[in-house]
Design a protein around this ligand. Structure first.
Ligand code: ZN
Length: 308
């Protein structure tokens, strides 16, 4: 009986001490009488953490946490394949109405389109697709008013062309929380939401991770991301890419070895017709692969995809 009172007193004592210091994780310290062969009866202390913080919640701000740059990973090189884990099976729709995709991730007008465009009217509420912490909330070149939320699995979501930003860097955000209003700021043709998903600076094809139908489903709680799903040149912004999820490291490694797309850099004097002839491609196939018109002007240095 004496032991029990003693233990309870210690228990409260531990709680009190932990509550005094925020840097300590609150824990229960329990003194248990036990018997050891070589020592005889002794009292052992067992510590039980009270609020088990997820490791990811502690680490989220430890890597390239820069509130001044849209992409703080610009000077880093990532290893592929990347592994991503989700604790949710659904995401929150970023817009408060049916999602109409007006342009997809992929090659567009001779350039990379690294996100998905969702139609909206200026002033429509935009919400965070998952819980996380705001890493960036300011005007960015091309993107206009932009919010970047880093989620607890390391994935970042970017919301661009906003008319209004209603959060600030370092704000903690829950899934579905209102963060700003949609608009047409920056390099944008008409009001829409440009949504990007990236991991350590690598922009991932949003439709590889998420189903953009009304189900708002996250395709898999565990997924491997290969280079195919982080490079716009493998995709066409006008067509739906066939998604085949990679769920094991072995499969991901094999797919990652697959050949790269063949690119051509436009030289002075080039025409689309001449490039198509030299590479045994029809002009229409060349234009379709690159999501450009046959009459599109070429720029020196522009990259064209010859083979996927
Ligand atoms: Zn866009």
């Amino acid at each position: 009986m004496k032991y029990i009172f003693f233990s309870i007193a210690l228990l409260y004592g531990s709680l009190f001490i932990s509550a005094q210091n925020d840097s300590l994780q609150p824990s229960l310290k329990i003194e248990l009488p036990t018997y050891k062969l070589n020592l005889g009866p002794i009292i052992e202390t067992i510590e039980i953490p009270l609020v088990a913080k997820k490791a990811s919640e502690i680490d989220i701000k430890s890597d390239h946490w820069d509130t001044t740059l849209h992409n703080p990973y610009a000077d880093t090189v990532q290893q592929f394949p990347l592994e991503l884990n989700f604790t949710d099976s659904t995401y929150a729709s970023p817009v408060p109405h049916t999602k109409v995709v007006t342009s997809r991730y992929g090659w567009r007008r001779g350039r990379a389109h690294n996100g998905i465009d969702i139609d909206l009217v200026t002033g429509d509420s935009v919400v965070s697709i998952l819980s996380g912490i705001v890493r960036f909330a300011k005007y960015a070149n091309g993107f206009g008013n932009t919010i970047v939320v880093r989620h607890y699995n390391g994935l970042e979501s970017t919301y661009a062309h906003l008319s209004y930003i209603d959060v600030k860097a370092n704000d903690t955000i829950t899934k579905g929380q209102y963060i700003g209003k949609g608009g047409n700021t920056g390099n944008s043709r008409g009001s829409h939401l440009h949504l990007e998903l990236s991991y350590k600076g690598e922009q991932i094809h949003p439709e590889y991770l998420f189903d953009f139908s009304s189900k708002n489903a996250i395709r898999s709680e565990q997924v491997w991301v290969t280079q195919k799903w982080t490079h716009a040149r493998y995709h066409n912004s006008r067509t739906v890419s066939k998604v085949k999820l990679i769920k094991s490291a072995d499969e991901a490694a094999l797919v990652n070895l697959a050949r790269q797309p063949k690119l051509y850099v436009v030289q002075k004097g080039d025409t689309l017709y001449a490039i198509s002839r030299r590479n045994n491609m029809s002009l229409s196939r060349l234009c379709e692969t690159n999501a450009i018109k046959q009459t599109s002007p070429l720029k020196i240095g522009q990259k064209l995809v010859l083979e996927l």
